[in-house]
Design a binder for this molecule. Structure first.
Ligand code: C2E
Ligand code: CA
Ligand code: CA
Length: 533
């Protein structure tokens, strides 16, 4: 297999693979992104709930202390004081008990008069209003002695709130980690689940922080109300993976289907292309290409001055394929050199006699951008000149504006051609990349005004003015103009009036066989300088 075809096949397969796998990978990626943002949202909601509860608890504890301080109950631990404490304990949702304090001892509380005073021995953390906060306090007369309390106290009263309640969100375990902590010190108030202590410092001075670490999606946030509160929620990534799997079950079939469809599309396009190049090779071998010739006419006199060779492909079944369908394919697959070589060969056979007989006759050949680099093409063009004994200027090549993409290279090639007495035309002028400044440097002999602009002549289209511009420019640079695709007398009149020299189009003649051109040329080329046969 030739290298070119092998690379083409390899590229095709890679493209097909990318198309099959790409959508699936994209689906998985999207599923993960989607899952991640969902889990972050869930963790954020949990953290917000914890902070809300914790803030409410602090507010109610402070309020309870203020209410007690404002009351007067006769002596310490009087019935009135106990009754008030019990009443507040019931009224405040987050407050579990209140107590009366002397010398950091709770002497009595909403739970009754204590036999032994409860010593507040846990380390106190000062808070606002000279209050002190203690964490992890146990209260031995509590009916549930395993309960741990946060205790907020003034010098006379203490309020107890179960530490658990901020994080007691009533959620079944699910491997969740929940915690509240004091952001200044990093001290954990209460936690549940496998809290990784390294997470807490990551909040730093920020209001909120989120990250994936140690198999968990972690969200940490500080309270905007209570300086001393921050909370953390962590959701195991395993639960995200579960979600991604569920998502994938939905997306994967769609992704796979898209992949398969795209792959089939790529493969069928590639097969078409491969078979087209194979067909072109075969057509060259079987000699299925031939040329037709479209006359080029002098606008002023109506006399024929030359012809453009146009390629045709007669398939084995007799069907004629037009160049627009196979030339681009040949250019892409690198076969254009072989085709151009065949064109020059055919033109040499067809036109040598005509060229010799009519020294005014100008034969125009289409070249592709790549052809300019090929030594053989240059050699063949010279051979055509020799065989037909062409005068200088009798052979012209048409180049599209695409060659001007590399102006330096193009210019040197063009000048080489011209040194060999071959004329150079820019084909389809106005549709491509040309700019005036290029043209000035290029020194071409001829510009072919594209059919688009000729069509626009009878209309009001804006392209209509472009023709005048092109005509102006060509006159300044001394370049001969050929108008392509002239179909109406009105177009011809307009072009003639504006000084365009030559034209080509159905108004004069369609492309025809070489033999027919020979016959008709004898009739139509007559002028003083051309001998009648
Ligand atoms: P092009 O060089 O611009 O050739 C002019 C095209 O316009 C030809 O089509 C011709 O048949 C068509 N044409 C001529 N007069 C009229 C008209 O009055 N009205 C309309 N609507 N069309 C008109 P064709 O022969 O199908 O060639 C198409 C293109 O294929 C050519 O455009 C040229 O770019 C390319 N081509 C043709 N032969 C060759 C060749 O031997 N080598 C290379 N590299 N390209 C070729
Ligand atoms: Ca042409
Ligand atoms: Ca053209």
């Amino acid at each position: 297999m030739p290298i070119r075809r092998r690379t083409a096949l390899r590229i095709t397969l890679i493209a097909a693979l990318v198309m099959a796998v790409g959508p699936v990978l994209l689906a998985v990626f999207l599923a993960r992104e989607q899952g991640l943002s969902q889990e972050y949202a869930r963790a954020t909601a949990l953290v917000q709930e914890i902070i809300y509860r914790s803030d409410r608890a602090v507010a109610q504890m402070q309020e309870s202390l203020e209410i007690m301080a404002a009351g007067s109950f006769g002596s310490a631990c009087s019935d009135a004081m106990l009754a008030r404490m019990q009443q507040l304990g019931l009224a405040m949702e987050y407050v579990d008990a209140l107590g009366y304090v002397e010398n950091e001892r709770i002497l009595c509380s909403s739970m009754g008069r204590h036999a032994e005073p409860l010593l507040l021995d846990a380390t106190a953390i000062p808070t606002v209003n000279d209050h002190e906060l203690r964490l992890d306090v146990r209260f031995d007369i509590d009916p549930d002695p395993s309960r741990v309390f946060n205790v907020l106290s003034s010098d006379r009263y203490a309020v107890l709130a179960s530490s658990e309640q901020a994080i007691d969100l009533g959620m079944v375990d699910q491997g969740l980690v929940l915690a509240t902590f004091i952001p200044q010190s990093g001290q954990v108030r209460i936690s549940r689940g496998e809290l990784n202590p390294a997470w807490i410092p990551r909040l730093g001075e920020q209001r909120q922080q989120q990250f994936v670490d140690d198999g968990y999606i972690v969200v940490i946030m500080r309270s905007s109300q209570v300086q001393m509160t921050a909370a953390l929620a962590a959701i195991p990534v395993a639960s995200l993976n579960q979600q991604v799997r569920e998502f994938m079950v939905l997306l994967l079939p769609v992704g796979l289907l898209a992949g398969v469809v795209l792959t089939m599309l790529v493969l069928s396009l590639a097969r078409q292309r491969l078979s087209m190049t194979a067909e072109i090779r075969l057509a060259l071998k079987r000699n299925e290409f031939f040329l037709v010739y479209q006359p080029i006419v002098d606008l002023a006199s109506g006399h024929w001055v030359g012809a453009e060779a146009l390629l045709r492909w007669r398939r084995q079944d007799g069907e004629i394929t037009m160049p627009d369908t196979f030339i681009p394919m040949a250019e892409q697959s690198g076969l254009i050199g072989l085709i151009t070589a065949r064109v020059i060969e055919l033109a040499t056979q067809d036109m040598s006699a005509l060229i010799r007989r009519y020294p005014q006759f100008r034969l125009s050949l289409n070249l592709s951008a790549n052809d300019l680099q090929a030594q053989e093409i240059m050699a063949q063009l010279r051979r055509l000149s020799l065989v037909s004994a062409a005068q200088p200027r009798q052979i012209m090549v048409e180049l599209t504006e695409r060659i001007l993409l590399n102006p330096e290279q193009a210019n040197s090639n063009i000048q080489t051609l011209r040194q060999h007495g071959i004329q150079v035309a820019i084909d389809d002028f106005g549709t491509g990349y040309s700019s005036l400044s290029y043209l000035e440097k290029m020194q071409v002999d001829c510009l072919k005004i594209d059919r688009l602009f000729v069509e626009a002549i009878d209309t009001e289209a804006a392209t209509n003015r472009v023709v005048l511009h092109i005509i102006d420019m060509a006159r300044t640079l001394g370049i001969t103009l050929v108008a392509e695709g002239v179909e109406t007398a009105a177009q011809a009149d307009f072009l003639r009036q504006h000084g365009v020299a030559w034209a080509q189009g159905w108004l004069y003649a369609r492309p025809m066989a070489a033999q027919q051109l020979g016959q008709l040329f004898a009739v139509n080329a007559y002028d003083a300088t051309v001998p009648r046969p």
